[in-house]
Design a protein around this ligand. Structure first.
Ligand code: 5GP
Ligand code: MN
Length: 319
């Protein structure tokens, strides 16, 4: 899975894990970095290795592996410090992913499909296509449901196809308790985090109405003051999109070692290209991310300049 895994990265990978172990395979799940505590409830999450914390153990698995499944990312750089180890490894690498512009030469096999809602949906397709759909147990259903639900913004994004609803219907028919998963993911935060969001919306959000754009920029001091942990800022970028007319929302978080960005758009503005052009990033058409080593105020200025350069697309509102 990619670094700082989200619900889909962790859910799709663990979903595949719970499928493969039923065939007696020796399977290990490795995350390139740590992850948000709200993912810890997922079945078998406690067995996931954090590459940065358990590097030598992870490397042993990587270099002894016959097969490595790469899920929810398509360029090895998304695995940060794991990248050189993956390049060195002789294992057969298989890609299952839904992001744009895959680094195809790195994978022996794979499916890359940007029309898919989530990698979790693709793991479901993989299991069904294998002819072993009967192996879908509650562990698999929980993990895959968490992946598809988070990546579709709770089934609201345009990628939520009829197939997505059929898959969820299948899970529920098999006994999945879906409302517990929503509680596990969304109702398990600290008081501090909610107060932090209050502060962010009051003091850290800037509107550029002329460009139908909003920007949230968060200094590192805020993260320290409110004791903000990995994952606590997830979803924050979506808040400005609830303002009428806002077409592009961005967030820049000063994480100390780097400035990490997320972009979300509605309709015809392509944030994948925007992130690639200005912030060494990428992702999907309406959801992408990027990063910068420059100080926060400079990144903010760069963003302000970037939207002026995209004024034509941003000021005409098309869905
Ligand atoms: P998020 O904003 O939730 O971190 O990421 C949104 C989407 O963009 C995700 O699909 C994620 O994989 C992708 N993404 C986030 N940051 C980066 C980045 O720095 N580079 C690339 N290529 N993709 C990113
Ligand atoms: Mn995904």
């Amino acid at each position: 899975m990619h670094q700082k895994p989200d619900g889909d990265a962790m859910g799709s990978t663990l979903g595949l894990f719970h499928f493969l172990i039923q065939f007696g395979h020796d399977v290990k799940v490795i995350s390139p970095t740590n992850w948000a505590a709200f993912l810890n409830w997922m079945p078998a999450c406690s067995g996931v290795l954090d590459f940065e914390k358990e590097t030598s153990k992870s490397n042993e698995f990587i270099h002894n592996a016959d097969w490595i499944f790469c899920l929810d990312f398509n360029t090895l750089s998304r695995t940060k410090k794991m990248e050189p180890e993956l390049i060195k490894s002789n294992a057969i690498k298989i890609l299952i992913d839904h992001h744009q512009q895959p680094q195809v030469e790195m994978f022996a096999y794979g499916v890359s499909d940007t029309t898919k809602s989530s990698t979790a949906e693709m793991v479901y397709d993989f299991i069904m296509a294998s002819g072993f759909g009967d192996k879908i147990n509650d562990d698999i259903a929980q993990c895959l449901y968490a992946g598809v639900m988070t990546d579709t913004g709770s089934f609201r994004f345009p990628s939520t196809s009829a197939d997505v609803h059929s898959m969820v219907s299948d899970f529920i028919k098999r006994g999945l308790q879906h409302s517990i998963i929503h509680q596990n993911l969304f109702d398990n935060f600290t008081e501090n985090r909610l107060r932090f969001i209050g502060n962010v919306l009051l003091n850290r959000m800037k509107l550029y109405y002329e460009y139908n754009t909003a920007l949230i920029s968060i200094p590192q001091a805020d993260l320290i003051k409110y004791d903000i942990k990995t994952g606590d800022t997830e979803g924050l970028v979506n808040y400005p999109l609830s303002i009428e007319g806002i077409k592009l929302a961005a967030i820049i978080i000063d994480r100390g070692d780097e400035r990490k960005m997320s972009f979300r758009s509605k309709g015809s503005f392509d944030v994948n290209t925007f992130a690639r052009n200005y912030f060494e990033g990428g992702g999907h058409f309406n959801a992408a991310g990027g990063q910068s080593k420059e100080p926060l105020d400079e990144v903010v200025s760069k963003f302000a300049k970037a939207i002026t350069e995209n004024k034509d697309q941003l000021s005409t509102y098309k869905f």
